[in-house]
Design a protein. Structure first.
Ligand code: PBG
Ligand code: ZN
Length: 322
């Protein structure tokens, strides 16, 4: 009770505040998404994401080596192929864009390579799976996911991250890895992934917007949180090594629920729309730069162990303009 208890005693100086801080941002817990475009030789800006580029076949390695030099420890790879078709067949090409990049990166850096596994960048429909009539067909899509996982593992990927929200995707990939001798390849499940409006800029970045329909028949409804616990539970049962909640900032309640209910490492994905909102407000001077740090801290405070963020490079380098 006041006056014996004075909360302001805890905040009276910056060293004291540091001493008593409950959460912090750790570079080694952060993952930088990287877009590699088979159609480009050198980088091209992504209009909706200031400071973020698609890299081309001739400059992605140099960029990633630069990230490693700045202290970035992990990257999440997305590929934009030169050709799309109904089956998304360029996704499981042994010499596809992601497979080639994985080999190149693992040969030249010590960085941890996580590869997103999905079909929306590779299908002519822009859907995350194979269409049958008007619907994305779950089980035939799993057959394709297995093929992709196999080629990623052959290329030497560290972690496979299936993002398509097909039922059974983690189990199918785990089974494929086990059968092909890759029992040490990790799986990061995009377990509770919502059908969010915040993916807009990404779809420009990865050229993966659905040409027809939307993703609501497989991604989660944003009105639900108990359902997220079921999704997380299933990924755990199917053999995921770590779980994820995505997006992050609008879903901190879900993240906290996940933290309380599961003991697996828990990732959060602070998605493209979160980056764009904050970055633009900072750029225009409407928010201070520290809003970036505050937003990232809030995600760790809510319970994330790992964070995929487009601000990872900035956090490691301290420079927004590179
Ligand atoms: C592909 C995928 C998406 C994101 C990651 N993997 C887009 C989507 O599901 O529409 C979103 C990432 C972001 O917005 O930063 N399935
Ligand atoms: Zn997808």
């Amino acid at each position: 009770m006041f006056p014996e208890t004075r909360m302001r005693r805890l905040r009276s100086g910056s060293l004291l505040r540091d001493l008593l801080s409950e959460s912090s941002i750790k570079k080694e817990k952060m993952i930088m998404p990287v877009f590699i475009d088979e159609n480009l030789k050198t980088r091209k800006p992504i209009e909706s994401m200031p400071g973020i580029f698609r890299y081309g076949t001739e400059d992605y390695l140099k960029y990633i080596q630069g990230l490693a030099d700045k202290g970035v420890r992990s990257i999440l790879l997305f590929g934009i192929p030169s050709g799309k078709d109904a089956a998304g067949s360029s996704s499981y090409d042994r010499n596809g864009i992601v497979q080639t990049a994985i080999r190149g990166i693992k040969d030249s850096t010590g960085i941890t390579v996580i590869a997103d596994l999905c079909l929306c960048e590779y299908t002519d429909t822009g859907q995350c799976g194979i269409m049958q009539g008007q619907l994305v067909d779950n089980d035939s899509t799993l057959t394709t996911y297995r093929k992709i996982a196999h080629t990623y593992a052959d290329a030497g990927v560290d972690i496979i991250a299936p993002s398509g929200m097909m039922d059974g995707q983690v189990g199918a990939i785990r089974d494929e890895l086990e059968k092909s001798g890759y029992s040490n390849t990790l799986i990061m499940g995009y377990s509770a992934k919502y059908a969010s409006n915040l993916y807009g800029p990404f779809r420009e970045a990865a050229d993966s917007a659905p040409r027809i329909g939307d993703r609501k028949s497989y991604q989660m409804d944003y009105r639900n949180s108990r359902e997220a616990l079921r999704e997380l539970e299933l990924d755990l049962e199917e053999g995921a090594d770590m779980l994820m909640v995505k997006p992050a900032l609008f879903y901190l309640d879900v993240l906290r629920e996940a933290r309380v209910n599961f003991s697996l490492p828990l990732a959060a994905y602070s998605v493209s729309g979160e980056y764009t909102m904050i970055r633009n407000a900072v750029e225009q001077g409407f928010l201070g730069k520290d809003a970036i740090t505050e937003s990232i801290t809030s995600i760790f405070r809510a319970g994330a162990d790992l964070l995929i963020s487009y601000f990872t490079e900035y956090v490691c380098s301290g420079n927004l303009d590179e």
